[in-house]
Ligand binder design. Sequence first.
Ligand code: DGJ
Length: 735
Amino acid sequence: MAIYFDENAQRFHLQSKQTSYMLQIIKGFVTHLYWGRRLAENTCRFPRPIRFGDRAFSPNPAGEGNEFSLDTLPQEYPAYGTTDFRVPAYELQAENGSTITKFIYTSHRIVQGKPKLDELPATYVESDGEASTLELTLVDQLLHVKLILTYTVFEELDAITRSVRFINEGPQQVRLLRALSMSVDFADAQFELLQLSGSWANERNVIRRPLVQGLQAVESRRGASSHQHNPFIALLRKGADEDNGEVYGLSLVYSGNFLAQVEVDQYCSARVSLGINPFDFSWLLLPGEAFQAPESVMVFSSQGLGGMSRIYHRLYRTRLCRGVFRDQPRPVLINNWEATYFHFNAEKIVQIARKGEELGIELFVLDDGWFGRRDHDRSSLGDWFVDRKKLPNGLADVVNRVTASGMQFGLWFEPEMVSPDSELYRKHPDWCLHVPGRERSTGRNQLVLDFSRPEVGDAVVQMVSDILSSAPITYVKWDMNRHMTEIGSAALPPERQRETAHRYMLGLYRVLEQMTSRFPHILFESCSGGGGRFDPGMLYYMPQTWTSDNTDAVSRLKIQYGTSLVYPISTMGAHVSAVPNHQVHRSTSLTMRGSVALSGNFGFELDPAAFTEEEEKLVRAQVAFYKEVRGLVQFGTFYRLLSPFEGNETAWMFVSDDQSEAMVAYFRVLAQPNPPFTSLRLKGLHAEYAYSVKEADGAEEVYSGDALLYAGLNVPVLKGDFQSVVWRLKLVEKG
Ligand code: DGJ
């Protein structure tokens, strides 16, 4: 058991492989003592107990002396209105309009394993021995509302998850105005804040800034986790970098509006909190009802950002992603989107697929445009039946032709949307998010279906299932191409309208659960105009995501690097596309495009008929090479060597679990005049092993692990822009 309780001190100690987290009950309040490096098991006396002092303008709860104020008390789930002026973790309104509450600890239980979360995606255990869970029960005596704070410790995987549940056991209805998933009060604010932010086609840039007094936040109000900000932040101790120093990661298993914030208070303590965005949110709890907040995943590493990422990768790859594909090598695919956009016919599709197959590609994906009358993006979303003009003999005919000689077939859907010009919309104009009497804003000419309504979700499940059952389809790309406006539901009463965005997410998760359990043999890839919903919530249902609509190799260095801070490589779709690139109009070498894409779930997004003979030869070699290394890439341990955010060069590597194999990839964006000689110090290898090291066409050399780790490997002298080098390392001898 990794959770200890000291009854005398009323102290809890949660302990994983390298992390300790301590809290203490003081006067019924759940206070935060410590989160950081692992402390020895029987730390009975804690050398940094919470201190109290009389502070001006920090009032005192009734019955307490001048030295006790919630304003200065480090807490685990703080309230507003009862002497704490910092940002609260929750806000609950009673029938009389008041938001004053007092949740006092009443009991706790410690159990092996990890209870499931109601209706929400979450990390899981495969056996109870993998984790222990602490549930603290707090009660507001006046309202008879119960608050359960849940903490799970994954001992081996080295992570702590938190979630929160409100249960209304009283006679009156209450309204949650805010219900974050976690809050921690650090004793000091000597941190940098790291966020993953950007825009469409430019997702997850790594941005760092020092904390300052006041509030700093990243959030989404778009109805999706968003391209603009990822539901993740990290706090880095001064000087912490890729390999060294203390880093605290906070990630939210949720795909909708979120808030991640840090408030540095007057005494320079830092309150960090994460959860559903309270903006435009409220939730009515009738007597007997409960509200479950999403799960937050907290990771501490004393080995810099790299250590943090490796913990997230292992946890998310093995205990968040699910289904048969979780541990299976992902197929090399070719997608017709950038090859044809909406303009194709059956012959063209079969031609692309056949050519792909000839090159060694394993899966063909038919993207947007195969249904309704979808010749452009102004119609047909919602009409999930085959366009007989494009595919006159139906979908099954094309699928059978493509799969006849072993190629797999995948299909694109955008099930959460409806085009105003569609049969579905004409039949059910109230099935989209809207507000009566108000105009309906469109995005990419489409409206958002109201997934908060079970009947809408059920109809979508039926339509998509019918198509998937009609042909041997083994892959689905589940897209979502606009953000929410006029967020209202025709099915909800006025007092529940502000529940719509969260109910939408619950409805979406229900639909995804149904789809993935109905079609367990289908590999689902989520997408939202590329990486607009690259979040842990979606990964629970779909083990991979289309990382970005931007397929330019140079842009992808940053996008894939930033994404790798939290998300495992097996979750990242990465494709070679034609040049000049369709998003940024840059022409990079095919070698570099290949090396960037084979650093993820490898694929192509172009017309292979356009390849020259020489290019074909190279692509064939890239595909064959990827098949050899994909186990390593998709399921090995990932190390970042050089950051594209810090210069002209990027490098990363993948090491197998037994350290017997590795792949290193180096990229140089622009040629430099008279450049210095570059070498790379490798990571993750076994110092005492000897490895053969081979670059694509280069000679094979044998070096010791320690020399590769501590002295490094020379990068060949490169000429011209957009260069890359990939090495393969294999164990030749154990030390
Ligand atoms: C956005 C996706 O990210 C693209 O890959 C493509 O599927 C288009 N939608 C199709 O409309």
